[in-house]
Design a protein around this ligand. Structure first.
Ligand code: ATP
Ligand code: BTN
Length: 320
């Protein structure tokens, strides 16, 4: 059995949240208790809390619902691959674009090198959050790619609202916020052009029930568990609804461009009417945020009037 297949098999036994002795786990997998103990340490390194109680065995700190490729595939039109352990779902698709059809999805339980914009690290512990990417061939080409993270953000928040999860907002250009804390991030990457079309990969990382594994994140963050307030989240259903919403929004964007999304974005903009700072390289501009313009640029009002800003190097920060 491959290294991580042993750990995955251990996890699916422990997923029920009850105690399992080292001996019974060892018998099940045909290995010693010492070998089991080593694998348990490996699982802990993925970001999962497991207790060991003398005389009882091992128990997960919380029961785990693992993602189920067959369940997800049966409810979406997109080809779906689930890889429990991966470097980055975005990178996986980027490396395979020539073999994929537009709309293909890759999901993971754990990312070893999950990333955000400009190569920043995306904290991706096993099983507690959602990490997935979709490949999209955009016939309108590179110029249209800029608006894509905005369109995806709108689609994801609206899908959450349809599921009864209200209060989630957007931060230009690629974040979902709840109570001024980062709940999810969107990363659009390009693998180059084929003819006039752009090959894009859209990745989403959404925190569902991340606890102390997020303690090193250097900005305020939150999880969907806080939005729901203790209710159970069905991770498979959530993945299904988000894949469908993304697919639908990307199709719509192909036909209508940004025009249908500007008002929808502005309704959900977390900072509209609030003082913000725009960081542009070494420069900083302070002003009142006025939502986005028809091209997807963020509008800032200062003493000089309202001006739009657009480009991958710009970061928006709360100004008060
Ligand atoms: P901007 O996109 O405006 O430049 P940002 O600081 O959010 O802002 P991103 O590249 O979008 O930067 O996202 C990566 C950042 O997100 C990391 O530097 C870290 O601060 C934060 N982060 C990393 N993992 C998570 C996570 N699981 N949940 C919430 N925030 C995270
Ligand atoms: C951001 O806020 O900068 C975007 C974070 C995007 C994280 C997701 S998780 C799935 C996909 N794979 C990655 O490596 N990154 C994105």
């Amino acid at each position: 059995m491959r290294e991580h297949n042993v750990k995955l098999s251990l996890l699916s036994t422990l997923a029920d949240g009850t105690f399992h002795s080292g001996e019974s786990l060892g018998e099940q997998l045909g290995m010693s208790r010492a070998a089991i103990s080593k694998h348990i340490q490996g699982i802990q390194a993925w970001g999962i809390d497991i207790f060991r109680v003398q005389g009882k065995g091992y128990q997960l700190a919380e029961p785990l619902t693992l993602l189920d490729e067959r369940e997800i595939q049966s409810q979406v039109r997109n080809p779906v691959e689930l890889h429990p352990i991966i470097d980055s779902t975005n990178q996986y698709l980027l490396d395979r674009i020539s073999q994929l059809s537009s709309g293909s999805v890759c999901l993971a339980e754990y990312q070893k090198s999950g990333r955000g914009r400009r190569g920043r690290h995306w904290v991706s512990p096993f099983g507690s959050n959602l990490y997935f990417s979709m490949y999209w061939r955009l016939d309108a080409g590179m110029a249209a790619a800029m608006g894509l993270s905005l369109v995806v953000g709108v689609a994801v928040v609206e899908a959450l609202e349809r599921m009864g999860l209200v209060g989630v907002k957007l931060k230009w250009p690629n974040d979902l916020y709840f109570n001024d804390r980062k709940l999810a991030g969107i990363l659009v990457e390009m693998s180059g052009q084929a003819g006039g079309a752009a090959n894009l990969v859209v990745g989403i990382g959404m925190n569902l029930s991340m606890q102390d594994k997020g303690k090193n994140i250097d900005q305020p963050w939150t999880s969907l568990a806080d939005v729901i307030g203790g209710e159970h989240i069905d991770r498979n259903q959530l993945a299904i609804q988000l894949i469908r919403a993304l697919d639908e929004a990307l199709q719509q964007y192909e036909y209508t461009g940004m025009q249908d999304f500007v008002e929808r974005w502005n309704r959900l903009d977390n900072f509209i009417g609030r003082q913000v700072r725009l960081l542009i390289g070494p420069n900083e501009i302070v002003g009142i945020e006025r939502g986005i313009d028809p091209h997807g640029g963020v509008q800032l009002e200062t003493s000089e009037g309202i001006k739009s800003y657009i480009g991958g190097e710009i970061s928006l920060r709360k100004g008060d």
